[in-house]
Structure formats: structure tokens, C-alpha cells
Ligand binder design. Sequence first.
Ligand code: SF4
Ligand code: SF4
Length: 166
Amino acid sequence: MDLRKGTIEKFLMAGEVYDAMDKEEKQIMMRYAKQVTSIQREISEAACKINAPYYCSECHGGCCTNGIEFGNDIPDYLYAMFYISLEERKKIIDVINAPHDDVDCSLKGESGCALPIITRPIHCKLFYCNVIPESKILMNTFGDSLKEADLQFRCALDEMNLMFLN
Ligand code: SF4
Ligand code: SF4
């Protein structure tokens, strides 16, 4: 299977699943999405305090060239759907479909990741980085709670059979 083609297929499928959900299903799933978002925000704030943006800019986005996208699945992108408009979705699709350097993530656009920061898949947030001195402390603090919130989101999705709506 073409791995890059897999990314667009997963992203489009996530959009279809989201669009097929009714209002009540969206409200229930949004509660689980918010738990993930809350921890994502805490990680982003803590990452700023340890100067992660500086290190990442010097590193030229090394994490976005190591194949993370191929581990992402439909629930990862479905989570993002709760926060992006249809217009933003189309722009993200354009970025994924645009030509990329071999090592670059398909979601990497001209100005960085096309996904808004709090909508990025958890694999992009769980970084055990050798460049940022305190990144392991940050992950030891937030890693387990982010994984648990993500698991709850996925379990709720399974229980509601939302992946089989289409
Ligand atoms: S988290 Fe570490 S490896 Fe990843 S882009 Fe930032 S500095 Fe580079
Ligand atoms: S989804 Fe975004 S943050 Fe994650 S690897 Fe791809 S470009 Fe980087």
C-alpha cells in the first residue's frame, strides 16, 4: 500500500465519519475530544516553558520527517474534525495532496503542520526527544494521561459503532 495515499484516505474517511454523525453523537464524542484537548493544551504550555519551539525551529522539524504520519489512523484525524471547519478541511486536503520531499510528513505545508496545534495526532505530541533537555520530564508528567484520554476517545467511538456508519 502506498503509505502517502493511506494518509489522504484516512483523512477523507475521518471527514466522512464525522459528517455522518448526528448532533447527539457529536456532543458525546466532543466530551471525549475535550479531555484530549485539555491535556494537549497543558503539554503545549509546558513545552513553551522548556523552550521547545526554539529547539524545534533549530532542529527544522525533525519530528515531522520521521514517518509519524504512517502510524496515524482514522480516529486520530476524526479527533481533528471536531475543531476544523469545512474550509480548513479542504485546505488541509490540498496540503496532503501537494508534492512533498520524500522524508516530509504529508501534512507538512509551507508554514509547518497544516493541522492546528491542538488537533494534531497524539503521536505528534508524545515526543521523547534527545534534543530538548527536559522533554522526558514533560512526557513523564503528561504522557500517560494523554494516552489514557486518547484511549477513552477511541473506546467511546467503538461503543457507538461510529466507524461503521458509512
Ligand atoms: S521535538 Fe525534538 S526532534 Fe522533534 S522537532 Fe523538536 S527538537 Fe526536533
Ligand atoms: S501531523 Fe503535523 S506535527 Fe505531526 S508529523 Fe505531520 S506535520 Fe508534523
